[in-house]
Design a protein around this ligand. Structure first.
Ligand SMILES: Cc1cc2nc3c(=O)[nH]c(=O)nc-3n(C[C@H](O)[C@H](O)[C@H](O)COP(=O)(O)O)c2cc1C
Length: 321
C-alpha cells in the first residue's frame, strides 16, 4: 500500500531506445490480444496489461503444429509442444490491421526451419509496412525465435550455434532499421557465447530464455505423454535457470536483456532486474487468467515502495557483484 504523500515509483524503462511504460511484456505464444478481447471482452485489455505486445511466432509457411496432447501441467510449471502452429506470413500480414487497437508497440516474433525463412518473413513484414498498410499497429521491431525446442532441428539449431546465430542476426540486421531482438535458448552449455554472437552481429537486445527441453510420461502407460514426445518446460520451475542465464549474460555483455522464465509475481520481476534485465516477459503465468500481468505490475510497484526505491534503475544489476 502506498502511504499518502509517498512518491510513486517510476516503472518506465527504455529498451534499446524504445520507451516502455513499465517493464512487463508478454512472452510470445502465451497471450493472444485478439482472443483475450473476444473471450473476456475489451475491458480485459483496457488499459492494455503489457507495455509491448509480442504475438505468437510466425513462420513463412502455415504450420499446423504438433499432434495432441500438446500441453500439460508439471510440478511448478507446464510443459508444451505446440510446434509453432500459425497461419503463415501471408495470412498473418492480412490480419495485422486487426491489431491496430493495441495501444503499445508490437514486436513481431519470427521463427523458421532454416535461416532463409526468417529473412524472407522479415522482408515481407518490412515490405508490407513500407507500403503503409492502413490501420497497421505500431510495429516497433522483431524478436527472432532461434530457440523453439518443438520444431525438429529448425530454429533451435540456429540458436545453439554461435556462428549460425551470428550469420542470421547480421543478415536480419541488414534488412531492418527497427528494433532487432534475438530470443535465446537455455538448452546450451554456454549461453554467453550465443548471446555475444547475436550482440556483435547487431542485435539491439536479447530475450532470455525460451523453454527448457523436457519430458513427461503418461503415468498409466509409462510412455511419453506429449504427441511430440518431448516438449518445453516453462513456469516457476525454470526461474532459477533463467535468472542464472540473465545474470551470466548481463555480467559479460552490455546488450539490453528481456528476462523471462517463471515470472509469476512482482518480486520475480525485481529479481530479473537485479540480475541485469532491462525488461521482462510473462509467459506461463498468463494461463491463470488475464489479470496476471496487472497484478504483477501492481506488486512490482509495491515492492519498490516497500524498499524505498524510486525506480528500477536503482536495483538493476545489483546481483552482478
Ligand atoms: C504454450 C506456450 C507456447 C509458446 N509459444 C512460443 C512461441 O510461439 N514463440 C516463442 O518465441 N516462445 C514461445 N513460448 C516460450 C515463451 O515465450 C517463454 O519464453 C517461456 O515460456 C518462458 O517463460 P515462462 O516460464 O514465463 O512461461 C511458448 C511458451 C508456452 C508455455
Amino acid at each position: 500500500m502506498t502511504q499518502p504523500g509517498a512518491p510513486v515509483p517510476d516503472l518506465a524503462v527504455t529498451l534499446a531506445g524504445l520507451r516502455l511504460e513499465h517493464p512487463v511484456l508478454n512472452a510470445s505464444g502465451t497471450f493472444d490480444a485478439l482472443e483475450t478481447a473476444r473471450h473476456y471482452g475489451p475491458e480485459a485489455l483496457a488499459p492494455f496489461p503489457f507495455s509491448a505486445y509480442v504475438p505468437k511466432t510466425v513462420t513463412l509457411e502455415r504450420r499446423d503444429g504438433n499432434p495432441p496432447p500438446r500441453l500439460t501441467e508439471t510440478a511448478a510449471g507446464m510443459i508444451n509442444a505446440v510446434g509453432l502452429q500459425n497461419p503463415g506470413i501471408e495470412a498473418y500480414l492480412d490480419d495485422l490491421p486487426l491489431l491496430a487497437f493495441v495501444p503499445v508497440p508490437v514486436l513481431v516474433n519470427i521463427g523458421g526451419r532454416r535461416p532463409g525463412d526468417y529473412l524472407e518473413v522479415l522482408r515481407r513484414v518490412e515490405e508490407r509496412l513500407a507500403a503503409g498498410a492502413a490501420g497497421s499497429p505500431q510495429v516497433a521491431g522483431y524478436e527472432l525465435n532461434v530457440s523453439c525446442p518443438n520444431v525438429g532441428r529448425g530454429g533451435l539449431a540456429v540458436g545453439t550455434e554461435p556462428g549460425e546465430t551470428e550469420k542470421l542476426t547480421a543478415a536480419a540486421r541488414a534488412l531492418t532499421k527497427r528494433l532487432l531482438i534475438v530470443k535465446l535458448t537455455p538448452n546450451v552449455t554456454d549461453v554467453v557465447a550465443v548471446a555475444r554472437a547475436a550482440a556483435e552481429a547487431g542485435a539491439d537486445a536479447l530475450s532470455l530464455v525460451n523453454t527448457v527441453r523436457a519430458l513427461v510420461l503418461d503415468p498409466q502407460t509409462l510412455t511419453p505423454f506429449l504427441g511430440n514426445r518431448t516438449g518445453g518446460l516453462s513456469g516457476p520451475a525454470i526461474k532459477p535457470v533463467a535468472l542464472r542465464m540473465v545474470w551470466e549474460v548481463a555480467g559479460a555483455l552490455d546488450a539490453p536483456i528481456i528476462g523471462m522464465g517463471g515470472i509469476a509475481c512482482g518480486r520475480d520481476v525485481l529479481e530479473f532486474v537485479a540480475c541485469g534485465a532491462t525488461a521482462v516477459a510473462v509467459g506461463a503465468a498468463n494461463f491463470s487468467g488475464p489479470d496476471a500481468p496487472r497484478r504483477i505490475v501492481a506488486e512490482l510497484r509495491a515492492e519498490l515502495v516497500g524498499r524505498g526505491l524510486p525506480d528500477l534503475a536503482a536495483v538493476r544489476g545489483r546481483a552482478l557483484v
